[in-house]
Design a protein around this ligand. Structure first.
Ligand code: ADP
Ligand code: MG
Length: 259
């Protein structure tokens, strides 16, 4: 236990009193209201909730794409709330892999090249880039699609490329905002099952989804309403992929961070 925050030092996400206001003329939209959250290393958390409940705003702050109006955020032990834009960008590159609903791949680049790109920005030499991109594409089941361009791939394969791109820097935290939103149900299920495999290999994952079938894959489900946590509970996992023996992931988190 850390005396400063009352949580275990191994938490990947520690958020306390997080608020985000959007000022629209004379009106203020309170997208997040005094939200507390702890996600431990190697958890697989699903975030659900109605449209407008603050899911994307929360994901953008967790992913260091946006800053909160009030409150504190520690990412992998580092306090990122209050960082400058440049510091925030460094934390994002080092700690975060982000997967989007719309894949956001470069249309003219091969799968391998798309996955190499974050390593180009990180200054990794070409040989190592290629090796790591290929290994990561193999890990997501695309060994035979390295040289295909996005328009030569199915939606599910494109999202796998995007997941490989998010993972290739070995981020502490994989974030996905509605990664199955543009996929049919079966393909979406495959993507969620892939996340469960990644978790079994040690990855920490937070995913926003509308699919209630995510409950079959994630260990823990958080429902947002009006910018606050409405419920936070452990889910019964299917198969062997999720769930530490004896762990009850959702339990007590909120009391812990309020201490
Ligand atoms: P969700 O992802 O759950 O649908 P969002 O986080 O996108 O919800 O939005 C939460 C609330 O904040 C909504 O009322 C939305 O209209 C508002 N909001 C989100 N982003 C902005 C923005 N950039 N400017 C103004 N209002 C915003
Ligand atoms: Mg959203």
């Amino acid at each position: 236990m850390s005396p400063a925050t009352g949580t275990t030092p191994d938490a990947i996400i520690r958020v306390r009193g997080l608020s985000r206001d959007f000022v629209m003329g004379s009106e203020t939209v309170r997208a997040l209201r005094d939200l507390d959250l702890v996600v431990e290393r190697n958890e697989y958390v699903a975030i659900m909730g109605p449209s407008g409940s603050g899911k994307s705003t929360l994901m953008n702050i967790l992913g260091c794409l946006e800053t909160p109006t009030r409150g504190d955020y520690w990412l992998n032990g580092q306090r990122v709330s209050g960082m400058s834009d440049a510091e925030l960008a460094r934390s994002r590159n080092r700690e975060i892999g982000f997967v989007f609903q719309t894949f956001n791949l470069l249309a003219r680049a091969t799968a391998q090249r798309n996955v190499e790109l974050p390593l180009v920005y990180a200054g990794i030499p070409a040989d190592e880039r290629r090796r790591r991109a290929r290994a990561t594409l193999e890990r997501v089941g695309l060994a035979d699609r390295m040289h295909h361009r996005p328009n030569e791939l199915s939606g599910g394969q494109r999202q796998r490329v995007a997941i490989a791109r998010a993972l290739v820097t070995q981020p502490a935290l994989l974030l996905a905002d509605e990664p199955t939103g543009n996929l049919d149900t079966r393909t979406g299920e495959e993507v969620l099952a892939l996340f469960a495999e990644l978790q079994a290999e040690g990855q920490t994952i937070v995913v926003v989804t509308h699919e209630s079938s995510v409950a079959a894959h994630a260990q823990r489900r958080i429902v947002l309403r009006d910018g606050a946590v409405e419920s936070d509970e452990a889910t019964v996992t299917r198969g062997g992929a999720g769930g530490h023996a004896g762990a009850r992931p959702g339990e007590g988190r909120h009391e812990e961070v309020r201490a």
